[in-house]
Design a protein around this ligand. Structure first.
Ligand SMILES: *Cc1c(COP(=O)(O)O)cnc(C)c1O
Length: 387
């Protein structure tokens, strides 16, 4: 049996995989089982921050792997403590809870918001307002937070206490906050799965101000846009707001599962002993990878993200077959005249891997993809769109 057939026979049928088996790679070039090379503009959905088998990352991870791979959270380890310190110093947040995925990072954020509101105002103040078209994960609670009904229909009842408002509609958010006994507003400053749409600055600032006035928490889901992808360390930093809770995952470790929920001075003391936990969370190998990754996200690197973003926009905006380019930094959505699926298949044929999001073509390249390689890949994409 070949691998594709074996996978179809034995792996749960939840993924509509591309007809491509990947076996190895280096940087932004990945190879299939035939040895054919592809320029990777997807990075495993914004996970491989510095591409595949990056030397610095690999060394950080393998050194820790050869020393101590796991301890549980019953013991202290250096990578976990150092990573928490680095994240706090670079964001101004005060404490971090580590988990293994974006959904879990959001679950923790939701638990913190509920406990904060319960202690302050009473346990009936538990509603969390999120946005239509958002994506916050696949667990029953983060699905409830996700403002897209398509994901909900077969899995009722979901966790209660989530209400959705329209993105970029401050009056709607304010109405939802006031109609309900609300604990928090949770948003992605750039909606990823919802079609790579950056929220308006005035809207995000208005929500932050509303949260402050109503004494409710602002949660930023930075699972996809976080960790340098926007051109700043975290996406909210483009908006001049200070969230009370920041959740992140995907690109944090650069290729291994790690989630983080950061809490500020308002929320750092909410969780106490046994309020939350994770067996794998803060795993030393993942934390060593994240320490290496985050420490490289300096001004030069972030400037490079902005330059690469400009290169992509210049190569695509206004070109034949391309209606719009949305997003921020190296998280971009391309609205094409052809169906996105067709563009993706054609690009794959021509050796370029791109993703989709809500009918758009989505680009999430490595933050250090060489300029020439990026240019070559987006030129192929432009050609495919214009054919
Ligand atoms: C991917 C994603 C999640 C879920 O992350 P998992 O690691 O798949 O659980 C949550 N929020 C956003 C914004 C995401 O992009």
């Amino acid at each position: 049996m070949d691998i594709k057939a074996m996978d179809k026979a034995y792996v749960a049928n939840t993924y509509n995989r591309f007809p491509l088996q990947l076996v190895s790679g280096k940087g932004s070039v990945v190879k299939d089982e035939q040895g054919k090379e592809y320029i990777d503009l997807g990075t495993g959905i914004a996970v491989n921050t510095f591409g595949i088998a990056d030397d610095v990352w690999q060394q950080a991870v393998t050194e820790q792997l050869s020393r101590l791979q796991h301890t549980s959270n019953l013991y202290y380890t250096e990578p976990c403590a150092r990573l928490a310190q680095m994240l706090c110093e670079r964001t101004g947040m005060k404490k971090v809870f580590f988990s293994n995925s974006g959904a879990e990072a959001n679950e923790c954020a939701i638990k913190v918001a509920r406990k904060y509101a319960a202690e302050k105002k009473g346990s009936d103040y538990h509603t969390i307002v999120t946005l239509w078209n958002s994506f916050h994960g696949r667990t029953l609670t983060t699905l409830a937070a996700t403002g897209q009904d398509v994901f909900h229909k077969d899995f009722q009842p979901l966790t209660t206490g989530f209400v959705h408002a329209n993105a970029n509609d401050l009056a709607d958010v304010a109405a939802k906050v006031r109609e309900n006994k609300t604990a928090a507003v949770m948003l992605e400053v750039v909606q990823g799965e919802g079609g790579v749409n950056a929220l308006d600055k005035a809207f995000v600032q208005g929500v932050a101000e509303l949260c402050r006035k109503e004494d409710i928490l602002l949660i930023c889901d930075e699972v996809q846009i976080g960790n340098g992808r926007s051109g700043k360390l975290y996406g909210y930093m483009h908006y001049d707001v200070q969230p009370d809770i920041v959740s992140t995952a995907k690109g944090l470790c650069g290729g291994l599962p790690l989630g983080a929920t950061m809490m500020n001075e308002k929320t750092e003391a909410v969780l106490g002993f046994s309020d939350h936990g994770s067996t794998f969370g803060g795993n030393p190998v993942c934390c060593a990878g994240a320490l290496s990754t985050v420490s490289r996200l300096d001004d030069t690197l972030l400037q490079g993200v902005t330059e690469r973003s400009a290169l992509i926009r210049k190569a695509l905006e206004g070109k034949k077959g391309i209606k719009s380019v949305t997003g921020l930094g190296l998280m971009l959505g391309i609205e094409t005249e052809k169906p996105a699926g067709e563009v993706i298949a054609k690009c794959m044929e021509k050796g370029v891997l791109v993703l989709s999001a809500h009918g758009k073509v989505r680009l999430l390249p490595a933050l250090n993809i060489p300029m020439e390689l990026l240019k070559k890949a987006v030129d192929i994409l432009a050609e495919v769109c214009g054919e």
